[in-house]
Each structure stands twice: as C-alpha cells, then as structure tokens.
Design a protein around this ligand. Structure first.
Ligand SMILES: NC(=O)c1ccc[n+]([C@@H]2O[C@H](COP(=O)([O-])OP(=O)(O)OC[C@H]3O[C@@H](n4cnc5c(N)ncnc54)[C@H](O)[C@@H]3O)[C@@H](O)[C@H]2O)c1
Length: 365
C-alpha cells in the first residue's frame, strides 16, 4: 500500500460523477476500477473513466485496490463497508454512515481491529466555506458562541433525482440525507453534542418521481419528512435545526451562529466554498470575510484524499468514521426523541477534527 492510494468505487450512480470530477485533481489517489450491481451502468462508467469494470466481488478480491469508495445507497453502506474491511481495504463512504448506530458500530470496530481507516462524507466541511467560518469563530470575532440555528428545506428530491425512492426509506428523509451536512458542521464549529430532543411529522402529500425514465412512479413515504431538533453541545452552546422535504418556499436563514459580539452567517455546508459573512455589534451590516482556511477549489473526494495523506503520514484523518458515527447517533437520537417524547443523551463523543490551514492541499497537509 503506497502513494497514490489505489481506489475502487462501488456504486456509480448520480453522486459518483462529482467524485470522478475530483480524482484528476488529487495526485494522492488513483482510480483503478468501478463496480455496481447494475452491470450495464458499471460498463458505461468504466468506459467513461478509462478504468476496469468489475463485479463487486471481483473488486473486493482485487489485491491491487487499497481503498474503496462506497457510493451505494444508505441501506447498503455498512454491508458493503464491512465486506471491504474484511477484504483488507480502507473505506470512504457517502453519508449517512449507516441506518443506525447499532448497525454502524461493528464496522468501525472491525476497522480499528484491522488497523484500517473508515472515512465518511460530508467532506464539504473541509472546503473554504465551513473552514473559514470555523477560523472566524475561533478568532473571537463574534465573541463567545451562544447558540446556532439551521433551517434547510425543499419540496423534495423527487423533483430532480432520477431514482429518489431511497430518500423516502429509512436512511433517507431530510434528516438522514441533509442533516449530516449541518450536524457535521455544527460539531466542527461548536464541538460534540451531549443531548437532543426532536419532533417530526409528515404530510399526506402523494409523491412520485418527477424526472428521468422512472417519471410518474409513485414513491412510498416511510419516514418523517419534516424534522425539528434542539441540540445541547457539550460546551453548553445550543443549536436549533429544522430539515424538511415539506417546504415550497421560506425566508429563514440557512445557517447562523450567534455570539456575544456578533453573528456569523455560515455558508451552505452542502457546498465547499461559498462566502462567510459576519455582522458585529460595531459593524452591523453583514460583510463577507476573506477566505482564511480550507482546501481551495475542493470537491467531493477531498475527504478521501485527506484520509490517503493521513494514512501515509500516520495521522488522524478529518472526515472520520468516528465523526460520522457521532452525527449518526445524533440523528438516531432525534428520531427516538420524537417517537418517545423525551430528551435523549448521546453516548458517543468526538474531538473536533484538525482545522484545514489556509492554502493547504490534501497532498501537502
Ligand atoms: N445525489 C446526490 O446529489 C447526493 C449528494 C450527496 C450525497 N449523496 C449520497 O450518495 C449515495 C448515493 O446516492 P446517489 O444519488 O448516487 O444514488 P443513486 O441511486 O443514483 O446511485 C446509487 C448506486 O449504487 C448502486 N448500488 C446500490 N446498492 C448496491 C450494492 N449493494 N452494491 C453495489 N452497488 C449498489 C445502485 O445500482 C446505483 O447505481 C447516498 O448515500 C446519498 O445520500 C448523494
């Protein structure tokens, strides 16, 4: 196992395109093969990328592959991850880490037992947007953080995704699909979460696929589609979060942190590099601050490159399985809190990952 890390991608659906765009920018990674349960799709993508088309079994058995990128649907994340670790390969997976903490924990334990890494999306938090927000917060520009607020909403992913059924099954919904970006950012900015309470609901709106070859197919809705949560961080800072597939329009701000001296407008954590804006008691008008941290021009896959470099230099990687586990536990706790009408304490904790210095690349860090 050396440099570059030889990578095989399992699951070459919609999001894989963004990973394939990033790989050529990342000298620490070399894409060597792809696999998917859809053989025709595997062959097409392999042809486009100029790499081998394998079955999942063949890819896992290939001794030339050091790490797999697991871009399957949420219900397959842990099963595929455990198979890859058992085959001696590092794993970097799309979010969520799994469907429940109980499902995901054995995967992390297996990796630790075998001395292998598990990394997880979202790696958007390593871009200049969230990293600059963190640098501003850590600099004290808005004083001591007191609270944060998140509101993400949309009418539903069926409007743009060609195969959106998984978004309405366990592992999907606005909570498991979108909250990983916000919760990972909240932990990056404000530290781990101690306890949560949640409420959730769903409308009776009939949904169907709106685009692509499956257009018109009805979508069974097996999860709540509007979720609100109160979070208490270990530091005592509180966050409120609403994520929803039920909102046609809103004027709510996306993401703000309130401090004793001002407000930090945090950019979209599902993107890498939008502007950070600050309003302070002395300068109330929201003003964009210069980029001061984060991987520039980043895209999906940078978390894996960061992990490859961490393997090479024997350091912790930032987009870690343990961070994703804490976020998964928070989401699971919000679901349980809502169902059981009580505050739920988290059992896991995690350290804030190392900041990404200004001007760093995953290959030089
Ligand atoms: N689409 C997006 O914009 C987006 C953005 C960020 C993250 N994600 C995440 O990426 C993951 C994949 O999403 P997507 O939109 O690409 O879905 P998709 O349905 O377009 O693609 C998933 C692919 O995985 C394959 N697959 C499913 N189970 C498999 C298995 N057991 N073994 C091998 N292949 C398998 C499917 O055949 C399909 O080609 C999800 O976890 C999602 O949350 C998606």
């Amino acid at each position: 196992m050396g440099v570059p890390l030889k990578v095989g991608v399992i699951g070459v659906g919609k999001i894989s395109e963004q990973y394939f765009d990033s790989f050529p920018k990342l000298p620490g990674l070399e894409l060597v093969a792809v696999a998917d349960i859809d053989a025709a799709r595997t062959a097409q993508v392999a042809g486009e990328q100029g790499v081998e088309a394998l079955t999942v079994d063949e890819l896992l058995a290939d001794p030339a592959i050091d790490a797999i990128v697991n871009l399957t649907i949420p219900a397959a994340h842990v099963e595929v991850g455990i198979r890859a670790l058992t085959a001696g390969k590092h794993v970097f997976a799309e979010k969520p880490l799994g469907l429940t903490p109980a499902e995901a924990l054995p995967m992390l334990e297996l990796a630790e037992e075998k001395g292998l890494r598990v990394g997880s999306a979202p790696d958007t938090v390593l871009g200049t947007g969230i990293q600059t927000a963190r640098q501003v917060l850590d600099s004290g520009l808005i004083g001591e953080p007191v609270a944060a607020q998140v509101h993400w909403s949309a009418p539903g992913h069926e409007r743009w995704h060609p195969s959106p059924l998984f978004y309405y099954q366990p592992g999907g919904g606005p909570l498991f699909d979108m909250a990983p970006y916000y919760l990972t950012s909240l932990v990056t900015l404000l530290g781990p979460i101690a306890r949560v309470s949640g409420v959730s609901t769903r409308s009776r709106r009939e949904r169907s696929v709106e685009t692509g070859p499956l257009a018109g197919t009805p979508i069974p809705v097996d999860i709540d589609t509007h979720v609100s949560a109160l979070l208490v961080h270990e530091s005592g800072v509180t966050s409120t979060m609403t994520v929803s597939f039920e909102v046609w329009a809103t004027r709510s701000p996306l993401f703000e942190v309130y401090g004793t001296k001002g407000t930090l407008a945090v950019p979209d954590p599902n993107r890498f590099s939008d502007d950070v804006e600050v309003s302070t008691s002395e300068n109330p008008e929201f003003t964009a601050v210069p980029v001061s941290a984060g991987y520039a021009d980043a895209g999906r896959g940078y978390g894996l490159a960061d992990m490859a470099r961490a393997i090479e230099t024997d350091r912790p990687h930032r987009a870690s399985g343990r961070l994703a586990f804490h976020v998964l536990e928070a989401m699971d706790a919000i679901v349980r809190s809502s169902a059981e009408n009580r505050v739920v304490e988290l059992t896991s904790t995690v350290e804030k990952p190392e900041p990404v210095p200004n001007g760093a690349t995953p290959d030089t860090w």
